[in-house]
Write a new protein. Structure first.
Length: 379
């Protein structure tokens, strides 16, 4: 069971997130940069940036990138991997706003069936891609539309509920997505699958930042500036072995996320209307912040579907972004950590990244290996 959970819910989802990053996310960043530069001067180079971004964000390209990422993470044979290009493209386009979830499910099934026949015949070059593509195409025709609709509906309910009850939903979304980011699963893939944008996306960004910046500041006495960079700009998953040894170290950043979530939704009304995958990235490569900024000027199709429109950000928007994503997570996590150290719940060395693999039980060593792989995926 653990093998399948890792393969489908950890490896496959992380691969999907990488595919999204290498297409939709980076394409959106490039296109937004080109568009903003064109406002200053009409230049062929700036127009090229816009065109390049459009190529990368095309639904067919994004679907193909996600499926290939899934197949690569699952370590499927080459012919299966290449055949997933067609499967992912079809599933994402047919799935509509909920396309990422359709790609995840259909690509996994098509890949596994492709693996079953791979290298079993003398005409493998025909059989393996044929089975992979035909299975993926059949599943796309039969299910992609409905999987996409279900995922989109769940996302709309979360977005709607956050607008209706920004305090409680801001708290809930921030805490859940932040916890998912630190666990060895892909919070980015979850946000993309359900299309979390708007206030819900802003709360998700807040929760992820609380975990990443929170752990970076909380563990500064053990990990110094290297820990700031590896956790603050990398991933808080690095702390999973320490969390297993002493779960109390997870309290400060989680409490910080519970506080910063409603601050983002109620006080600053911070919305993340860029690519939905950005909602689950936090400060990893500053992707969450870039998503918020790009969403101000050009909301994504998913965000527009949720009622978003372009805005001209004011001083309060910028202040909110800096406070929610960087300053408050650090201050709150440090304060809560200070109290927990005083009462002995957190001791010196509990958050060290240097000694995680020394004299650890087998379970911790296994989680450490998984965490290292996921860190590479997040980066």
């Amino acid at each position: 069971m653990n093998k399948y959970v890792k393969r489908y819910f950890i490896d496959a989802m992380s691969g999907m997130a990488q595919g999204l990053f290498a297409s939709l996310l980076i394409g959106t960043i490039i296109k937004t940069l080109g568009q903003q530069l064109l406002r200053l001067s009409v230049n062929p180079v700036f127009q090229f940036l816009v065109n390049a971004g459009n190529f990368a964000t095309d639904a067919h390209v994004v679907g193909a990138a996600m499926a290939v990422g899934i197949g690569f993470a699952m370590k499927v044979p080459a012919l299966v991997l290449f055949s997933l290009v067609a499967v992912g493209s079809a599933a994402n386009v047919t799935g509509g706003a909920g396309g990422p979830l359709a790609v995840l499910i259909i690509a996994i099934i098509a890949a596994e069936l492709g693996c079953l026949v791979s290298k079993k015949t003398k005409v493998d070059i025909i059989v393996t891609p044929a089975v992979t593509i035909l299975v993926g195409a059949l599943l796309t025709v039969l299910t992609a539309k409905y999987i996409g609709m279900a995922a989109s509906s769940i996302g709309k309910v979360i977005v709607w509920a956050t607008k209706l009850h920004p305090f409680w939903m801001g708290m809930l979304v921030s805490a859940i997505v932040g916890i998912a980011l630190t666990l060895p699963i892909s919070s980015a893939a979850i946000c993309a699958a359900f299309g979390l944008t708007g206030l819900a996306g802003g709360a998700a960004v807040a929760g992820c930042c609380a975990q990443m910046v929170g752990f970076a500041i909380l563990s500064f006495r053990e990990n110094k500036w290297g820990g700031i960079l590896s956790q603050g700009l990398g991933t808080s998953m690095l702390q999973m072995p320490n969390i297993i040894k002493n779960p109390k170290v997870w309290i400060p950043p989680t409490l910080a996320s519970i506080i910063t979530g409603p601050i983002a939704t109620c006080l600053f009304k911070m919305e993340m209307n860029g690519a939905a995958v950005s909602s689950g990235m936090g400060t990893c490569g500053l992707v969450g912040q870039i998503g918020v900024i790009s969403g101000w000027f050009e909301p994504s199709e998913v965000a527009i579907g949720h009622g978003a429109s372009a805005i001209t950000p004011g001083a309060l928007d910028w202040i909110g972004l800096i406070l929610v994503c960087f300053i408050l997570p650090g201050l709150l996590s440090w304060a809560f950590g200070f109290l927990l150290r005083k009462i002995g719940w957190i001791k010196d060395g509990d958050l060290s990244l240097d000694v995680q693999e020394k004299q650890t039980p087998a379970k911790v060593e296994s989680i450490t290996t998984t965490t290292t792989e996921q860190t590479e995926n997040k980066e």
